[in-house]
Ligand binder design. Structure first.
Ligand code: CUA
Length: 299
């Protein structure tokens, strides 16, 4: 009887875990993947979805089984058996969630780090300091001065825009081909209720973000008024844009197309309308866009 119970439990657990992994690996709730951040993010999502499925089905099955198996039969009037305390059971149901949560926490941290989450946090803090040294208030200062400030601190941190090591560290994809391409700098200004993109290399200002396929892009972000958040679901990227604290976000687009840029932080009455697009061009198309939009005076 003991052995039969053990075998049944083992089979049920295997079936449950198998189902969870199957559902997790087949899930397709996310939008198309369009940046180098997407693969690690999506694998984390699949793992979380597998764990969620296992817990959901496991709890639901045990609940349904108990409801049927231990229901009150006709003629049964007595109270149920008074059971109090079960140490092995309590150890098991404390240990399993502890292990699961520890695993999810460490794995999530690793993915966040590989996506450059920890790197941009450091850079943001350092740039904040650099801004403070210049005693600059981004809401009042001359925008070119602000851009210079950001550039100067970026150079201090990375030893120049061409620094490939910084790019590798930030995205962690470690591919040498992309590391050889210097990142394209784009200044992003978030304000109530729009994102403005400025390309310092060509002095282009645009309400839409245009990026070339396969080239690392370095978004230098600042907010004019309140906290906004730059979110591109297809890139699996979301970054708060905070007044007085410029942040840097690196990304490499891997799929041509047009994707939404959404403000993901409640920033005022028209927060819901604060959205634009990012257009990922084939390299040639991107050059054509740059040529078309470069102001005549600098062309
Ligand atoms: Cu900007 Cu919401």
């Amino acid at each position: 009887m003991q052995i039969r119970t053990a075998i049944t439990a083992a089979l049920a657990t295997t079936a449950l875990v198998g189902t969870g992994l199957l559902v997790g690996s087949q899930v397709s709730l996310l939008p198309v993947a369009a940046s180098t951040n997407a693969p690690p993010y999506d694998s984390l999502f699949r793992v979380l979805f597998s764990i969620g499925t296992i817990l959901f089905l496991g709890i639901l099955i045990v609940l349904a089984y108990s409801l049927i198996r231990f229901r009150r039969r006709p003629g049964e009037l007595a109270e149920g058996l008074p059971i109090e305390g079960n140490l092995p059971l309590e150890i098991v149901w404390t240990a399993i969630p502890a292990v699961v949560i520890l695993f999810v926490g460490i794995y999530s941290y690793d993915i966040y780090d590989r996506m450059g989450g920890m790197a941009s946090l450091d850079h943001g803090a350092m740039q904040h300091q650099a801004m403070d040294h210049g005693s600059m208030n981004p809401t009042q200062m001359d925008p070119t001065q602000l851009a210079d400030g950001i550039e100067a601190s970026a150079e201090r941190i990375w030893g120049g825009i061409g620094s490939t090591q910084a790019y590798v560290d930030q995205t962690g994809d470690g591919s040498e081909a992309s590391a050889a391409v210097p990142p394209l700098p784009v200044e992003v200004t978030a304000m109530q209720f729009a994102f403005i993109f400025h390309y310092p290399d060509n002095d282009i200002t645009s309400g839409e973000l245009h990026v070339p396929l396969g080239q690392p892009v370095q978004l230098r972000m600042q907010a004019r008024d309140v906290i906004h958040a730059f979110w591109v679901p297809e890139f699996r990227l979301k970054q708060d844009v905070i007044p007085g604290q410029p942040t840097v976000l690196s990304l490499t687009a891997t799929r041509a197309g047009t994707y939404p840029v959404i403000c993901a932080e409640l920033c005022g009455p028209y927060h819901g309308g604060m959205r634009t697009s990012v257009v990922v061009h084939e390299p040639d198309d991107y050059l054509a866009w740059v040529t078309q939009n470069t102001p005549a005076t600098t062309a």
